[in-house]
Design a protein. Structure first.
Length: 484
């Protein structure tokens, strides 16, 4: 079993220094609050004022944090305070099912202020998520359906091929994590906005890294904190995007005959809602940022860990290699992958799913209670936030026998029991980018595995936890080219 440790600790030190001050202010300013005082709310702890248990969560990592509290308080639901909010953490398959199936009835979508302030324009920070265009436009789901994604596969394959040729081939050792991040961000910029200029993409990626590194940190906006970096990064990302959006809009107005949906940005500029209104430039920026978050941080982490397990487990690698080579043998020189090719990668996808179970890039999602309701004998008051986490089921022996063992056969046939394997969430708010991620992961696996065998250089490399699990050294691997 690997060790999970926490890095980037310095940004949290300021929060520790602020605790005595915040405690004094809390005691002075606190007013009696009877809300929920007569209700049987879930057991747990709210931690320190303002910072709650966010620092404990960061230091322990999500898996250990959950394990300790389910054992101490309740295996079904417990109370905590994260990111400045009191919330109930739902656990197990029944907890997942309850939250996924009660969307819009008892619960509504919610993002932490730290995340909204980092990602969105100030005008949208106080709005409910239903008022944010990125979450209410049905076309966002339409453009990520399999039928729409088929056209992306040749582009994904071409870019993966070029990336491997330029960054991997001729090199004895590569660090997989930064390479996968570069590929996924380059691809997102190409597919979403047709940006191919390397300097432009690099600058945007630099700003975006600040956002993803701090948007889930303790929401204290002081110089030196991760949250402060996320706020600055978000401002720079939005500035860059607005330049791109404005330029594209001008271009389409000047050439109306060529105003076609050549990428997602053009389609966003052309689409209208039920009232015939187009999205504003700020709403389009919200959409693109949401897509970048989903396609960059989580997908690059997923790619990294799939390759990590392939480097560690030769018997798994060999089966993936055999499957991928069967496809490669059917392709003429230079011929790109198709939708039909990707559908043949069944074992490879089982391997990817097992990797997502053991090292899920996304940790869960938040909701807000719109009314009082009861779960497992406890009442969740209106206004409380809820949180479901992959870690309550993915490594739970109740749902997965011998959970630390890498076993892709778990996903054969009907696969895991419902609501136990949830890397993409579930219910009406299941991640709409699930299929995009599947295609991107499989296309990248194809381009690496058909070219190289992988050998992990440091078998003891530790995993650190930021917003997602990250190999501490970037996952350096030795590349062994196949004999031709």
């Amino acid at each position: 079993m690997e060790t999970l440790v926490i890095s980037s600790f310095l940004p949290y030190m300021l929060s520790l220094l602020i605790i005595p001050i915040s405690l004094s202010l809390f005691l002075i300013l606190r007013k009696p609050n009877a809300e929920g005082s007569n209700l049987n709310v879930p057991p747990g702890s709210s931690g320190w004022p303002l910072v709650g248990e966010s620092i404990k969560f960061a230091l322990a990592g999500p898996q250990e944090f959950i394990k300790e509290r389910t054992k101490k308080y309740s295996p079904d639901v417990f109370q905590t305070s994260l990111l400045g909010e009191k919330m109930a953490v739902f656990c197990g398959a029944q907890g997942n099912k309850f939250l996924f199936t009660n969307e819009s009835k008892l619960l509504t979508s919610w993002w932490p202020q730290s995340m909204k302030k980092a990602l969105l324009f100030p005008e949208f920070v106080e709005a409910s998520l239903k008022e944010v265009s990125a979450l209410k436009r049905s076309f966002m789901h339409d453009i990520l359906k399999p039928e729409a994604l088929k056209q992306y596969i040749p582009v994904m394959d071409l870019m993966a091929r070029d990336h491997v040729d330029s960054e991997w081939a001729g090199t004895e050792v590569v660090k997989v994590f930064p390479m996968s991040k570069k590929y996924t961000f380059d691809l997102a910029c190409r597919l979403f906005m047709s940006i191919v200029d390397a300097e432009h993409v690099t600058r945007l990626a630099k700003h975006f890294t600040l956002v993803t590194s701090g948007m889930f940190s303790v929401p204290i906006d002081l110089p030196g904190t991760a949250y402060n970096g996320a706020i600055k990064g978000g401002r720079l990302v939005r500035k860059e995007l607005m330049k791109i959006i404005t330029a594209r809009k001008r271009e389409m107005l000047e050439n109306e005959s060529e105003a076609t949906a050549r990428d997602l940005l053009s389609r966003m500029l052309l689409v209208t809602d039920e009232n015939g209104e187009c999205m504003s430039e700020m709403e389009i920026s919200n959409n693109i940022i949401g897509l970048l978050v989903a396609s960059y941080e989580t997908t690059s982490t997923a790619v990294t860990f799939v390759l990590k397990y392939l480097a560690e487990l030769p018997h798994i690698y060999n089966k993936v290699y055999e499957e991928q080579m069967e496809i490669a043998k059917t392709k003429a020189a230079g011929e790109l992958l198709t939708w039909e090719d990707v559908q043949k990668m069944k074992y490879s996808w089982n391997v990817a799913c097992e990797s997502l179970r053991l090292a899920p890039p996304g940790q869960g999602a938040f909701r807000e209670a719109v009314t009082d309701f009861t779960f497992a004998g406890y009442t969740i008051p209106k206004g409380w936030k809820t949180f479901w986490m992959v870690h309550t089921t993915h490594k739970n022996p109740k749902y997965f026998a011998d959970p630390e063992t890498f076993d892709p056969s778990r996903f054969q046939g009907s696969g895991p029991a419902p609501y136990t394997f949830v890397p993409f969430g579930g219910g009406p708010r299941m991640c709409p980018g699930k299929e995009y991620a599947r295609l991107e992961i499989l296309v990248f696996i194809y381009n690496v595995v058909t070219r190289f065998k992988l050998e992990k250089l440091n078998p003891q490399e530790k995993i650190v936890f930021h917003a997602s699990p990250v190999p501490m050294e970037g996952l350096p691997v030795r590349l062994i080219p196949h004999q031709t």
